[in-house]
Design a protein around this ligand. Structure first.
Ligand code: C2E
Ligand code: CA
Ligand code: CA
Ligand code: CA
Length: 275
C-alpha cells in the first residue's frame, strides 16, 4: 500500500511539474507574441434585443501560437496578468480596438476588457487618450469592461481612474455581474453605465423560474439606478425572449454571432445597413 501511495504522489508531482513547465513556456512565448504579430482581436456583436440591430462589438483577444495553434484567452490572460505582460498586451488591445472601430459607422460602439493590473499602471488613462486621438474614435463610443476582481483590489486608484475616464465620456461596464461575492455593494460605490448579466443566469433562465426572477431583478435594479443592461451568452431564441421580457436592452451570444474578424464585422455592418 505504501508503494502505491508513493507511486500516486510521484504521478501527481510529475503532472504538476509538467503543468508548471507548460505555463512557464507559454509565458515565455507570450513575451514575443505582440512583436511576432501573433495576437489578433475578434469582435462579437452586441445587439439590441428589440430590433436585433448591432449596437456595438466586444473586442476579444485571440492568440495564434506558432506550434500550439489557437490558445484560449481563459488560459493565457491569467498568465499575462501574473507576469505583468498584460500591460503591453492591454495597450495593444486598446489601440487595435480603437483603430478598428474608427472604420465603423459613428453610432457603433466598441467595448474593451480591462484587467485589474492595468489600473495599477499610471499610463492607462494616457494610453486610452492617445488611442482615441490617434484613431479618431470619439470617447463616447468606447466602453471599458471591468470585473469585480478589479474593484476588490482598489486602493483608491481604480475609482480615481474610472472617474477620470467617465469624465472624458467613456462608459464603464461591470462584467460577469452576479458571479462575484459582493456585486451589489460595488454598484453603490462605483459609477457604472452598464451591467453585463453573466451567462449562467441568462442560460439558466429557460430551465427554471428562479433564474428568470434573478435576471428580472437585475434589470429592475439597473433600471432604477439608470444603468443599461447586456445579457451575455444568448445561445437560443428562448434565451433572447426571456432576457427581453425581463427588460434587458442588449444581448450578446452565439445566437446572434460568434466573435468575428474585423473584415467580417465590416461585412455584417454593411449588410445590416443595406437591408
Ligand atoms: P468575457 O469578457 O466574459 O467574454 C465573453 C466570453 O464569452 C468570450 O469568451 C466569448 O467568446 C464567450 N461567448 C460569447 N457568446 C457566448 C455564448 O453564447 N455562449 C458561450 N458559452 N460563450 C459565449 P473568450 O473570447 O474565450 O474570452 C474569455 C475571457 O477572456 C473573457 O470573458 C475575458 O474575461 C477574457 N478576455 C478576452 N479578451 C480579453 C482582453 O482583451 N483583455 C482582458 N483583460 N481579458 C480578455
Ligand atoms: Ca467582457
Ligand atoms: Ca462577461
Ligand atoms: Ca468572464
Amino acid at each position: 500500500a505504501k508503494e502505491g501511495q508513493r507511486g500516486t504522489l510521484q504521478v501527481c508531482d510529475t503532472s504538476l511539474k509538467r503543468a508548471y513547465a507548460a505555463r512557464r513556456s507559454l509565458a515565455k512565448d507570450l513575451e514575443h507574441a505582440v512583436a511576432r504579430d501573433e495576437l489578433r482581436l475578434a469582435f462579437q456583436p452586441i445587439v439590441c434585443l428589440a430590433t436585433r440591430r448591432t449596437a456595438g462589438f466586444e473586442a476579444l483577444l485571440r492568440w495564434q501560437h506558432p506550434c500550439r495553434g489557437s490558445v484560449s484567452p481563459a488560459e493565457f490572460i491569467p498568465i499575462a496578468e501574473d507576469s505583468g505582460l498584460i500591460l503591453p498586451i492591454g495597450q495593444w488591445v486598446i489601440r487595435e480596438a480603437c483603430r478598428t472601430a474608427a472604420n465603423w459607422p459613428g453610432d457603433v460602439r466598441i467595448t474593451v476588457n480591462i484587467s485589474a493590473r492595468q489600473f495599477s499602471d499610471s499610463g492607462l488613462v494616457d494610453c486610452i487618450t492617445a488611442a482615441l486621438a490617434d484613431s479618431g474614435t470619439e470617447a463616447e463610443r468606447l466602453t471599458l469592461e471591468i470585473t469585480e476582481s478589479t474593484l476588490i483590489r482598489d486602493d483608491g486608484g481604480v475609482l480615481g481612474a474610472l472617474e477620470t475616464l467617465r469624465g472624458m465620456g467613456i462608459r464603464v461596464a461591470l462584467d460577469d455581474f452576479g458571479t462575484g461575492y459582493a456585486s451589489l455593494s460595488y454598484l453603490t460605490r462605483f459609477p457604472f453605465d452598464v451591467i453585463k448579466i453573466d451567462r449562467s443566469f441568462v442560460q439558466g433562465s429557460s430551465g427554471g423560474a428562479n433564474h428568470q426572477v434573478v435576471v428580472q431583478s437585475i434589470c429592475d435594479l439597473a433600471g432604477k439606478l439608470g444603468v443599461g443592461t447586456v445579457a451575455e451568452g444568448i445561445e437560443t431564441e428562448e434565451h433572447a425572449r426571456l432576457a427581453r421580457e425581463a427588460g434587458c436592452d442588449l444581448g450578446q451570444g452565439y445566437l446572434f454571432d460568434r466573435p468575428l474578424s474585423a473584415v467580417d464585422c465590416a461585412a455584417r455592418l454593411a449588410a445590416e445597413r443595406l437591408g
